[in-house]
Design a binder for this molecule. Structure first.
Ligand code: FAD
Length: 449
């Protein structure tokens, strides 16, 4: 028996021996397919649900959400996801409470008599350190973790984290046919009794502001269903490199990044699609891309702080630096490269960009503008609605030649990419790629005239 009621006063139960859980949502903003929630539900008699983003404990004077210094699309998407999660919890009579700073957590733990904390395994170095700090400060509490963000758990991998292969190909070969992906978990049948506190709660409705790209105003289940209810998955491999269009790629990354969809849920929807409509090279390729995601997650764990270093995994530093004017021009989409401008305008207004677009602008950042890749990665961190520490920094390292690419970086020929992926210039036109101001300097910063 996990807990015992010993005396009852007029309004409440006074409980001795009850485990009081605090579930700290991070990048697992869902109730379904949540192994940690299952675990906590079996363990605790009462539970408090708290959202406290591990990547941003920067105090904000402007309101309940800690994302004010992130772009508008990121704020809108985060609020919509939290409203959705709050709704899922409300079905169990639970609320989702918000904390802005890590220090508030320690206070909350004391005042509520928390005995157990649940927090998903993290892959980012800073996030891991936050959890470690919490554990050090709260040694008397029991901590519970689960692999909520990945397809595999650490125990399933055929190598230890320190032996993660140096390239994606090796990782794929060693995992794709030998590691069985666990089936998804349905909602827990019952959650522990709710616990209340006087922190701000998530509204059940998102703000009225919407993202400019209608697809991203869906909820996670809607997006998953919508994608797999068309036949788009059967031609994914042929269309995935496009810059824009309807369902040319799955478009599921924002929900995967914040965990309102699990990688296993996407995988299981893919299997169901293959059963219904048939498997082919394209459906396999969706799994292949999920494996890329998986690889970057484990690589980030292995790399730790190295993921953020200029040299990354390489012995030599790239021959790049920081030039404020070039950086500004890239951020605002005002370089001499019209396709790059259009892509950056797309990112700035919608919070999203295709994979091919990201490769082009990142390659331009590093190779044409000769900028230190970390500034580009940081800009993406603040502007992508699908920002994920492992995928973002891992991909930037890859392009900059300091990561997992055995070829030592990628240099995309911008003119050729424009011909291939925007032959009639429609994308560039749509996102206003022609420089708004006359760009008077060359990419070295020298006046043209
Ligand atoms: P799909 O093509 O439909 O792929 C399905 C899923 O597989 C994606 O949702 C994603 O979870 C995963 N995936 C696909 N390609 C990659 C990849 N190269 N690396 C890791 N996972 C992948 N992805 C992020 O989720 N967050 C990021 O912060 C991020 N930053 C990036 C930065 C750069 C410089 C580059 C080149 C790529 C970055 N990516 C990032 C990877 C990729 O661009 C996006 O995952 C993809 O464009 C999302 O669109 P989609 O969901 O339609 O992908």
């Amino acid at each position: 028996m996990l807990f015992a009621y010993v005396s009852i006063d007029s309004n409440s139960l006074f409980v001795i021996g009850m485990r009081i859980g605090l579930y700290l949502f991070s990048n697992d903003l869902r109730v379904e397919d949540n192994a940690l929630l299952r675990l906590m539900s079996a363990r605790c008699g009462q539970i408090l649900f708290v959202y406290c983003p591990l990547r941003t404990f920067i105090p904000s004077a402007h309101g309940a959400y800690p994302h004010q210094h992130y772009s508008k699309p990121v704020r809108i998407f985060t609020q919509a996801t939290l409203a959705n999660l709050a709704k899922q919890l409300a079905a169990y009579d639970h609320s989702l409470y918000h904390i802005e700073r890590f220090e508030q957590l320690t206070q909350l733990i004391k005042t509520q008599g928390v005995t157990d904390i649940g927090i998903a395994f993290q892959h980012g170095w800073e996030e891991i350190n936050r959890v470690r700090t919490l554990k050090q400060r709260m040694e008397h509490l029991t901590f519970w973790h689960a692999h909520n963000h990945t397809l595999f758990s650490a125990e399933q991998l055929p190598f230890s984290v320190s032996d993660i292969p140096a390239t994606f190909s090796q990782f794929r070969k060693k995992t794709e046919n030998s590691v069985a992906i666990e089936p998804t978990l349905q909602k827990p049948i019952a959650l522990p009794k709710p616990m209340h506190c006087d922190l701000p709660t998530s509204p059940l409705e998102p703000s009225r502001e919407e993202l400019v790209e209608p697809w991203f105003n869906n909820s996670a289940p809607q997006a998953l269903n919508d994608y797999f209810h068309t036949r788009a998955a059967s031609s994914y491999k042929q269309t995935r490199n496009a810059l824009h269009g309807d369902k040319f790629s799955t478009g599921l990354s924002p929900w995967l990044a914040n965990g309102s969809l699990s990688a296993r849920q996407v995988y299981s929807a893919l299997l169901a699609y293959e059963q219904r409509c048939g498997a082919n090279e394209s459906t396999y390729w969706i799994y292949f891309e999920l494996l890329w995601r998986e690889y970057f997650q484990w690589l980030a764990l292995k790399q730790g702080r190295t993921l953020f270093l200029f040299k990354g995994m390489s012995d030599t530093a790239p021959n790049t630096s920081f030039y404020p004017e070039r950086y500004q021009a890239w951020c605002h989409g005002n370089t001499e490269f019209e396709l790059v401008n259009a892509l950056m305008h797309q990112l700035n207004t919608s919070g999203w960009m295709s994979n091919r677009g990201r490769q082009i602008v990142a390659s331009c950042f590093v190779n044409e503008l000769e900028l230190d890749w970390r500034y580009g990665a940081a800009y993406f961190e603040h502007h992508l609605i699908d920002y994920d520490v492992a995928s973002n920094y891992g991909n930037w390292q890859y392009i900059a030649g300091v990561g997992a690419d055995p070829r030592g970086g990628r240099h995309f020929n911008i003119a050729k990419q424009s011909e291939l992926f925007d032959p009639d210039g429609q994308f560039t036109k749509r996102y206003g790629g022609a420089s708004i101001e006359v760009y008077e300097r060359d990419h070295n910063g020298w006046p043209r005239h």
